[in-house]
Design a protein. Structure first.
Length: 254
């Protein structure tokens, strides 16, 4: 692997952690909380990443099913090496942009965002897959240094056809979202074509929730859900949940 790439990636991630050493962390509950906010459709795996130490921890067994590598093989250096050569520079640009964004936040808001973008990766058997990477902070300190993140890779090879990599930073708990960000540039809050309620229903739809479940979750009537579904499809120019998922992946909405 190009030593310059390794050095650049290491510098970016250590900067996120402000060159601090993370303490031990009881992560199980935090992981489950973060998984609720992360989009999964198809095969996926997850792990905890320590930016200051460039170390992957608590790697899920599914990494072998998804990429072919054992948990012992799937280390920082291996991961960088198997990113598609045409995507690695943009991957690093996105990571630098995310670092800049997290560093601009007040410490109390570091946990209120998740980042997402997609890229291609080479599996152990030589096949190429497109992964959606979603990241949420699960450990920080009083200064806002990111000490550990929860990372989930989802296989979207069959859902996204273009090779354009899209970076979005999604606000949680009412924070603004930033969609299809140009790397290392000023961020402009995204103005959604959907209302706040439609966004809630949109996210439940792509999570494969049925209308009755959505109505119960949001405390509204099935008729109201049906009306919102109709408006969502009309505004997005889609006719099915599958088309909605594909559009969301292309645009960086999910």
């Amino acid at each position: 692997m190009d030593k310059l790439i390794l050095k650049k990636a290491g510098h970016i991630w250590k900067e996120i952690g402000q060159h601090k050493k993370p303490e031990e962390l009881q992560i199980e509950i935090e992981i489950y909380k973060k998984m609720l906010n992360l989009f999964q459709v198809g095969d996926y795996c997850y792990f905890v990443f320590s930016p200051p130490e460039l170390r992957m921890e608590h790697i899920n067994e599914s990494v072998t099913e998804l990429l072919g590598y054992t948990k012992e093989e799937f280390v920082f250096e291996t991961f960088l090496k198997i990113i598609h050569p045409d995507d690695i520079q943009q991957y690093l640009n996105f990571e630098a942009t995310i670092t800049q964004f997290w560093q601009s936040l007040p410490p109390e808001k570091v946990f209120k965002y998740k980042t997402r973008y997609d890229f291609r990766i080479r599996c152990k058997d030589g096949t190429i897959k497109r992964l959606l990477q979603q990241v949420a902070v699960i450990q920080s300190d009083d200064d806002g240094a990111v000490l550990r993140t929860f990372v989930i890779f989802t296989d979207i090879t069959d859902l996204k056809q273009s090779n354009k990599m899209v970076l979005s930073i999604m606000g949680l708990e009412g924070e603004p979202s930033y969609i299809d960000i140009q790397p290392v540039q000023a961020l402009v809050p995204h103005k959604s074509i959907l209302s706040k309620r439609e966004i809630e229903i949109f996210r439940l739809l792509v999570d494969e929730c049925q209308s009755a479940d959505i109505a119960e979750t949001l405390g509204i009537s099935p008729h109201t859900v049906a009306t919102h579904r109709k408006n969502i499809f009309k505004k997005t120019g889609t006719n099915s949940v599958l088309q909605l998922v594909k559009l969301g992946l292309e645009k960086g909405w999910i």
